[in-house]
Design a binder for this molecule. Structure first.
Ligand code: SUG
Length: 440
């Protein structure tokens, strides 16, 4: 089995609109001038570099934005330019929401269970409903369509519908899910922020929303046919959610037999680690405490929003955002971590600043899909990244993406045309025709 990282390509309307509550970077950088071209080029550079190092790398296309059908559903009528103009005048926040390039953060696209873990021996994917925010909930139908186009072979893949779109079933996908193990049956860890249907006995964050519910995580484990004895549920510490840890992947990353996390990540953390230790062979937690790196520093640098990639020699590469190098404490911590000679052998930093300013680091930008060779051969489209595909993606981005975007630009009908042209070219390059409503 090989883990393939499907990175989301940032779309042509990438901007800073302060849309995400509890995501400190999104709030802090609202109204900044965005550079969609740089965002996409930074993403492609990461994909290219990891592919060159021999890691299996694939790409998912952006979604249709501004998403005019959503504005029409909200009562804005007329031709497309008229719809945009009226939305800009009467409801600029709605226009920003339907224009967000948030589909780039594919860690929130779906939860994926490899075939080794499921009762029917198929790979199961549940697209996230992302009900916590309107701009993100818009992603669910398109994500479902894209995943069904790529994982079309129903003998090997099951792409479920998203969970029902209700706050009690809030689901944010793989950002709150970690799979341990290798080729045989693995152990799946589901992390939730609150229990929706209890009697109020379970603590919940008070300042910011807990986006994932226990009920949603349990439903996914059931529909994927996971073995309950190899499934662990854990609650995020409400305290850290209130300090900006809006997804588990802001405070932890795991793979194989390693969990790299902060000491304050979970409620009853010792018990969570013990339950994992009983189930994951050779379980090797690396727990960072406040003396090394505080929660606020972890949130500011996205230390834990790293990718933990297993190298051919069995040790791990940690892919971090450049911000971790610029902070002396995280930089010093990482130097000690590698010097310690543990499972993490190497650290590689990328400049992902355009995405980072919206709260999206290396781990947010990728969806992990572990496949056998036979399953991999059934993946549809030309989505695996090599130098030739990276070159072709870059050429479209350089030709079609703007290098400057502010919220006022979102009403520009020329931006809508440019975006559609870019998406037409991208999806024909990726061999994924007729994905979008405007193409139908
Ligand atoms: O949902 N930001 C995203 C970032 C998602 C990061 N993903 C993971 N941690 N896996 C969010 O908070 C901000 C968009 C804006 O404000 O314009 C935004 O949606």
């Amino acid at each position: 089995m090989t883990e393939i990282n499907f990175d989301g390509l940032p779309g042509p309307t990438h901007s800073y609109a302060g849309l995400a509550r509890g995501n400190l970077a999104s709030a802090r950088n609202a109204e900044l001038v965005a550079n969609p071209r740089a965002a996409a080029l930074q993403g492609i550079a990461k994909m290219r570099a990891l592919a060159q190092r021999g890691f299996a790398q694939a790409v998912l296309p952006p979604h249709e934005r501004p998403f005019v059908p959503a504005l029409r559903a909200l009562g804005f009528a007329g031709d497309d330019a008229g719809v945009l103009a009226r939305a800009a005048r009467e409801a600029p926040r709605l226009l920003a929401a339907v224009s967000s390039a948030s589909a780039m953060w594919t860690a929130n696209a779906a939860t994926v269970s490899p075939s080794a873990d499921t009762a029917d021996g198929r790979v199961h994917l549940t697209p996230a409903n992302l009900v916590s925010h309107f701009h993100r909930a818009l992603e669910a139908p398109a994500t479902t369509r894209i995943l069904r186009a790529i994982f079309a072979d129903e003998a090997r893949f099951a792409v479920h519908d998203p969970l029902p779109a209700a706050p009690q079933l809030g689901d944010e996908g793989a950002a709150n899910h970690t799979r341990f193990g290798d080729a045989g049956p693995g152990v799946e860890l589901f992390v939730y922020g609150r229990v929706a249907l209890d009697d109020g006995a379970t603590a919940a964050p008070s300042r910011y929303p807990a986006r994932q519910t226990r009920e949603a995580s349990e439903a996914i484990a059931r529909r994927h046919g996971l073995d309950p004895s190899r499934t662990v549920f854990a609650q995020q510490s409400p305290e850290v959610v209130d300090r900006g840890v809006f997804h588990n992947d802001v405070i932890a990353v795991g793979a194989g037999d390693v969990l790299f996390c902060h000491a304050r990540a979970y409620v009853d953390q010792a018990d969570v680690l013990a339950r994992l230790g009983e189930r994951v062979a050779g379980f090797a937690p690396i727990v960072v405490d406040d003396a090394d790196v505080g929660v606020d520093e972890a949130v500011a640098t996205y230390l834990f929003n790293s990718q933990l990639l297993r190298r051919r020699d069995g040790r791990y590469l940690l892919v971090i955002p450049a911000e971790c190098r610029e902070n002396p404490r995280t930089d010093a911590y990482l130097a000690r971590l590698v010097a310690a000679g543990g499972p993490i052998a190497e650290v590689l930093a990328f400049d992902l600043r355009q995405s980072m300013r919206n709260g999206g680091g290396p781990a947010c930008l990728r969806l992990r899909v572990a496949l056998t060779d036979a399953e991999r051969a059934r993946v549809a489209g030309r989505v695996f990244v090599d130098d030739a595909l990276a070159d072709a993606l870059e050429a479209i981005v350089v030709r079609r993406y703007r290098d400057r975007l502010v919220p006022a630009d979102l009403a520009d009908p020329a931006l809508l045309d440019e975006s559609r042209r870019a998406l037409d070219e991208l999806t024909s390059l990726l061999g994924l025709p007729a994905l979008y409503e405007f193409q139908r």
